[in-house]
Design a protein around this ligand. Structure first.
Ligand SMILES: Nc1ncnc2c1ncn2[C@@H]1O[C@H](COP(=O)(O)OP(=O)(O)OP(=O)(O)O)[C@@H](O)[C@H]1O
Length: 338
């Protein structure tokens, strides 16, 4: 059963022009000139219960705008949107009972209050029974290791601790869908990993559906089976990471440890990606020859200590997709000018 249905959703921001000075202010009021920006353009997708979907795209692609519409904070300009059977911005109260929201860049906590007081307030606002509240608080405190700082005011927490509290709070009322906007932004590797592991667990074991936006491909790789990629408001991809890898051409990464500097390697389709002294990483574009064949040729012509062939990492896959999109944008702009 689908829990989110997005059909032809568009969001246009309208910004009124401001003119400087006092006379300018009056002029701004009278003329009401404005510019429009299409942040989300005709996007459609649906999501099944239990899915974990990564929403991905370069800066300004329209990710946060889409999350804000799905959580009822923003009203779409056109199109139909349904979350758990209701229209988010028309039924904000109903919607908020069944969803949890975490914004990595904006806190929902009370800065000067101890963490526990923010949880108590959440219990009051969501009218949670004592049972549900204590059960969930105990469980999430344990799973997210909150006990050592639960009595501290929020402003004294590290970013990683605060993010764990934000996530626990978003889950206290047993939501069916958890929306996260950049949940790992600014965190160190260990803190990121702890959050990813937790999100994976609540998706797999507690069946909480997840929608998350991120710039970190590892978030997608470790949490989401499916990713939606947007660019300049348009959806450009919806599918698995593996599928995207195949769509963009199956590339391989070849890491070779040479015994001495080999100089330029003139094998068509093989391109130097990383140069770390005698260790070199090449990107191999699939062609008529197999990668194995090419590595053999290199080993015949140069002194090779070791070699390994791997699938390219997901960052490279996305970089390639963004590059392709940029080239298409440039070609379209050129066509329009001609
Ligand atoms: N309140 C607003 N008023 C006017 N324009 C806005 C507003 N919010 C966002 N925009 C514009 O809409 C576009 C999409 O913004 P959005 O924040 O949704 O992108 P994003 O993909 O989340 O970006 P980032 O990765 O940088 O967070 C951008 O061009 C942005 O400048």
């Amino acid at each position: 059963m689908s829990i989110i249905d997005v059909s032809g959703i568009t969001k246009v921001y309208r910004q009124y022009k401001r003119f400087p000075g006092l006379i300018g202010s009056l002029r701004s009021l009278v003329t009401r000139q404005y510019t429009e920006e299409v942040a989300v353009r005709n996007i459609s997708f649906s999501m099944e219960e239990g899915e974990a979907v990564g929403y991905l795209g370069p800066n300004g692609a329209g990710k946060s705008t889409m999350i804000k519409m799905m959580t009822g904070i923003l009203v779409p300009t056109s199109g139909q949107l349904s979350v758990l059977g209701s229209i988010p911005h028309e039924n904000r109260q109903h919607n908020s009972q069944h969803i949890g929201v975490v914004f990595g860049q904006r806190s929902q906590l009370w800065w000067d209050l101890p963490v526990r007081d923010s949880f108590d307030l959440h219990k009051y606002i969501y009218k949670l029974s004592d049972d549900t509240y204590h059960r969930n608080l105990t469980m999430y405190s344990e799973l997210l290791s909150l006990s050592s700082f639960i009595e501290k005011p929020v402003r004294q927490l590290s970013l990683g601790q605060r993010m764990r509290v934000e996530i626990a709070m978003a889950l206290l009322h047993d939501p069916r869908i958890l929306f996260l906007d950049e949940p790992t932004i600014g965190l160190d590797v260990m803190a990121k990993e702890q959050i990813r592991e937790f999100l994976r667990m609540i998706n797999k074991e507690k069946k909480v559906s997840i929608v998350l936006t991120t710039h970190d491909m590892k978030d997608i790789e470790e949490i989401c089976h499916r990713m939606i990629v947007v660019n300049k408001g348009n959806m450009v991809y919806d599918g698995s990471v593996e599928q995207l890898r195949r769509t963009l051409g199956d590339q391989r990464q070849v890491i070779i440890d040479f015994r001495e500097e080999p100089g330029a390697i003139g094998i068509p389709g093989m391109q130097l990606m990383k140069n770390e002294g005698l260790r070199k990483t090449y990107l191999f574009e699939k062609s008529d020859r197999t990668v194995f064949d090419c590595v053999n040729q290199i080993a015949r012509e140069h002194a090779v200590e070791d070699a390994s062939i791997e699938s390219v990492d997901i960052d490279s896959v996305i970089r390639k997709l963004y590059k392709k999109l940029e080239e298409e944008d440039r070609a379209n702009a050129h066509e329009r000018r001609a």
